[in-house]
Design a binder for this molecule. Structure first.
Ligand code: GTP
Ligand code: MG
Length: 370
């Protein structure tokens, strides 16, 4: 029995294990969170929640994957890596992001009127690196559950004075499951009692054996607060990225994921997008999740106007008819008519999905009355 477990399936479709257990109970099967499910059970659960199990793609997303554009080999160029920072509470993720950004912003704009967007790009020895500033496990899990694999490299931050904690383990599990290269940043080495070697031992038990011990994980000792080891960490990232040989096609219509969405009083729906492939241009007709519109204003991570954004570029855009959510996918289209049509179809499908979920909720209600 090596099928998917109740817990794993629940995570994939964004439901609580309790909900999945209840639905199966209503269908006459008693299971626990660790029970393996057979294909038929998976199918039933997926149907119940409006997912297509084979494709692991939400029906409401009318599958951008189906609009497959095969890139011509000759059009592919190197693209910057997208890096996510994860780790236990208070181990220094935000401080590290700040430190990286400060160390790389030379024009003095940082700290001024620079507006914060949920993703940014820095340059290391002439090579760009993109960071996602949504390090929470929830955002990461949500993106993964929705099939939006956006990260190329994960940095796991572990405080050298604290060691491996529950969320460190979780982060390692997520990163290993995503199958992306992991770099361990042993942070707070400036603190009394910091013991980087001990951290290596603890992390090895989670499957991340350091290179110097014969494994293949790179460890960097840093102090995010004092700025120690940051440039070495950045250089490591560029080396890891080079090995990964990341490519994209800037000549196709843009495609990517939502990092953040919010409603701005003056500007309307605002979305931070990560262009994963293609080039997004201001004025492009676009579908984002179930929202659609034309890219009206496009800003980079320093709030500067952009006319176009290539692969791995984070941008903030306006011009959508509603606010998308993190993990939603977006795609640019040739005409506004197509974008509107696709947007409306997806909106309809989502409403059907929502109705499906609410019928599942009434099953729950029934269960609660037993
Ligand atoms: P959450 O977002 O709550 O999960 O925390 P975080 O991982 O983002 O940690 P954050 O960057 O907020 O840092 C937590 C505390 O540790 C802050 O008080 C930082 O100043 C401190 N800190 C972070 N890095 C270092 C470091 O290298 N050395 C020392 N001494 N303190 C640090
Ligand atoms: Mg933080």
């Amino acid at each position: 029995e090596d099928g998917i477990t109740v817990g794993e399936l629940a995570e994939k479709i964004g439901q609580t294990p309790a909900n999945v257990i209840k639905v199966l109970f209503m269908l006459g099967t008693m299971v626990t969170i660790n029970s393996s499910l057979d294909d038929e059970q998976v199918e039933l659960i997926c149907l119940e929640y409006g997912y297509e199990s084979k494709k692991k793609v939400v029906v409401s997303e009318i599958n951008f994957e189906e609009i497959e554009i095969v890139d011509d080999e000759a059009d592919l160029v190197s693209r910057p890596p997208v890096v996510t920072i994860m780790g236990h509470v208070d181990h220094g993720k935000t401080t590290l992001l700040d430190s990286i950004r400060k160390s790389k912003v030379v024009d003095g704009e940082f700290g001024g009127i620079t507006q914060h967007i949920g993703a940014y790009q820095v340059e290391v020895n002439g090579k760009k690196v993109t960071f996602l500033d949504t390090p929470g496990h929830e955002a990461f899990t949500a993106m993964r559950a929705r099939g939006a694999q956006v990260t190329d490299i994960v940095i796991i931050v572990v405080a050298a004075d604290d060691g491996v904690m529950p969320q460190t383990k979780e982060a390692v599990d997520h990163a290993l499951a995503a199958g992306v290269p992991i770099v361990v940043a042993v942070n707070k080495i400036d603190k009394e009692g910091a013991d980087p070697e001990r951290i290596k031992g603890e992390m090895s038990e989670l499957g991340l054996m350091p290179e110097e011990w014969g494994g293949d994980t790179v460890y960097c000792n840093i102090s995010a607060k004092k700025g120690i080891g940051i440039s070495e960490l950045l250089e490591t990232l560029t080396v890891v990225a080079e090995l990964a040989d990341l490519k994209a096609n800037p000549k196709r219509y843009a495609y990517g994921s939502v990092v953040e969405g919010r409603l701005d009083k003056g500007r309307g729906p605002v979305a931070t997008l990560l262009v994963q492939n293609g080039t997004l241009r201001s004025g492009d007709p676009i579908v984002v999740g179930t929202a659609f519109g034309r890219v009206r204003q496009m800003l980079d991570d320093s709030g500067r106007d952009l006319k176009e954004a290539g692969p791995s570029t984070p941008v903030e855009i306006t011009g959508l008819n509603e606010v998308p959510v993190a993990g939603d996918k977006f795609m640019a289209f040739e005409t506004e008519k197509t974008a509107r049509h696709v947007g409306e179809e997806r909106q309809k499908a989502k409403q059907e999905l929502d109705r499906g979920v609410s019928s599942a909720m009434s099953l729950d209600d029934l269960f609660n009355q037993i």
